[in-house]
Ligand binder design. Structure first.
Ligand code: IPM
Ligand code: MG
Length: 342
C-alpha cells in the first residue's frame, strides 16, 4: 500500500518548493499525499497556526513533509497575536519530535561556492543532533511590566534520550556543545551526556565544548566534527552557521524524529524567504534533501533516498546553480535537472 504522507507547504516559497518535491516524489514511487495548512496560511484560514485537525492528520500519517512557515504579513510584537512559527513548534511538541538531525555535507561541486575557503571545508561531513522539544523554546515565558522572561529548563530524561540518538549516530566521535561555565542546564546536560556515554557508548569518543568555542571551530576547523550534540537554541544557531559550509542555507535538509511509532517531520532548515516568494527563483535542493531524509528515516526506502541524493549531486556537478549559489537557475530548472538525473 502507498505510504501516506501529509504535506505542509506553509508560506512564502514553501508552496513552490513543495510542489517541486511532489514531482520528485512522483518519480520515486507511489505515495498517498494529503496536503494541509500550517503557519501563516493556517492563521489566515483558521486564526491559528496549527489546528487540532491538522495535528491529528499528521499523527496518523507515516511521514510529514513540511516546506517553510512565516513571513512579514504575520510579523508582530503583539504577544496575543498568533505567529506562524507556533505551527512548527506545535507540531514538534505535539508529536514529541525531540531529535532533530541536520546533516552537513558540502556537495563536491559546491566546494568553491561557499564563502569559506575550499581547503577549510573540504572533507566536512558532520551531523548536528539538536534537541528539539525542550529548553528555552518551551519554557515558561511572559511579560511583567517592563520586564520579559524566557525560562530554560531540561530534565535528565530529555538529555538522556537525545544523547542516545547522537551516540548511536556516531561512527567514532561526538562533540557535545553546551555553556557549562555559565548555565545550570548546561551542567546538567554535561553530567548526563557523560554518564550516558560511560554506561552505554564507551567506544565512541566524547568531547565537551563550550558553545562560543564551537561556533568558532565550526568555521575554522569543520573537519574536527563528526556528530555535534546540542540543546535546542544552540542547535538552532549552530546549524545555520554550519549551513554556510555547504555554500548556502538553501542546501540544508533536516529530519525531526520522535519515538519509533511516531511519524517523522522532514523539512529544509531554511525559512520561507518571503523576499523571493513567487519569483520562481527558490532553491529546492534542501527540500529535495529533506525528501531523501524522509525516504531514509521515515519510510525505510534507503535506495530511493540514496538515488535522490546522487541525482542532486549530479545536477550540481553538471553546473546547476540557483541564485543563492551564484547562478541563475530557477526552481523549475533545478527540478528538471534533478528529475533528469533520476
Ligand atoms: C529552525 C527554525 C525554527 C526554529 C523557527 C522557524 C521557529 O529557525 O527550524 O531552525 O527556531 O527552530
Ligand atoms: Mg533555525
Amino acid at each position: 500500500m502507498a505510504a501516506r504522507i501529509v504535506t505542509l507547504p506553509g508560506d512564502g516559497i514553501g508552496p513552490e518548493i513543495l510542489a517541486a518535491a511532489v514531482r520528485v516524489l512522483g518519480a520515486l514511487g507511489d505515495f498517498e499525499l494529503e496536503e494541509r495548512l500550517v503557519g501563516g496560511a493556517s492563521i489566515d484560514a483558521h486564526g491559528t497556526a496549527l489546528t487540532e485537525e491538522v495535528l491529528e492528520a499528521c499523527r496518523s500519517s507515516e511521514a510529514i513533509l513540511l516546506a517553510a512557515v512565516g513571513g512579514p504579513k504575520w510579523d508582530t510584537v503583539d504577544p496575543a497575536a498568533p505567529r506562524p512559527e507556533q505551527g512548527l513548534l506545535g507540531l514538534r511538541k505535539g508529536l514529541e519530535l525531540f531529535a532533530n538531525l541536520r546533516p552537513v555535507r558540502p556537495s563536491p561541486a559546491l566546494l568553491d561556492a561557499s564563502p569559506l575557503k575550499r581547503d577549510r571545508i573540504e572533507g566536512t561531513d558532520l551531523l548536528v543532533v539538536r534537541e528539539l522539544t525542550g529548553g528555552i523554546y518551551f519554557g515558561d515565558s511572559g511579560r511583567e511590566g517592563d520586564r520579559a522572561h524566557d525560562d530554560c529548563a531540561y530534565t535528565v530524561g530529555e538529555v538522556e534520550r537525545i544523547a542516545r540518538v547522537a551516540f548511536a549516530s556516531a561512527r567514532s566521535k561526538v562533540v557535545s556543545v553546551d555553556k557549562a561555565n555559565v548555565l545550570e542546564t548546561s551542567r546538567l546536560w554535561r553530567e548526563t551526556v557523560s554518564r550516558v556515554h560511560a554506561e552505554e557508548f564507551p567506544l565512541v569518543q566524547l568531547e565537551h565544548m563550550l558553545v562560543d568555542n564551537a561556533a568558532m571551530q565550526l568555521v575554522s576547523a569543520p573537519r574536527h566534527f563528526e556528530v555535534i550534540l546540542t540543546e535546542n537554541l544552540f542547535g538552532d544557531i549552530l546549524s545555520d552557521e554550519a549551513a554556510m559550509l555547504t555554500g548556502s542555507l538553501g542546501m540544508l535538509p533536516s529530519a525531526s524524529l520522535g519515538d519509533e511509532d511516531t511519524p517523522g517531520l522532514f523539512e529544509p532548515v531554511h525559512g520561507s524567504a518571503p523576499d523571493i516568494a513567487g519569483t520562481g527563483r527558490a532553491n529546492p535542493l534542501a527540500m529535495f534533501g529533506s525528501v531523501a531524509l524522509m525516504l531514509r528515516h521515515g519510510l525505510a526506502m534507503e535506495s530511493e533516498a540514496a538515488a535522490l541524493e546522487s541525482a542532486v549531486d549530479e545536477a550540481l556537478e553538471a553546473g546547476l546553480r540557483t541564485p543563492d549559489l551564484g547562478g541563475e537557475a530557477t526552481t523549475e530548472d533545478a527540478t528538471r535537472a534533478v528529475l533528469a538525473s533520476l
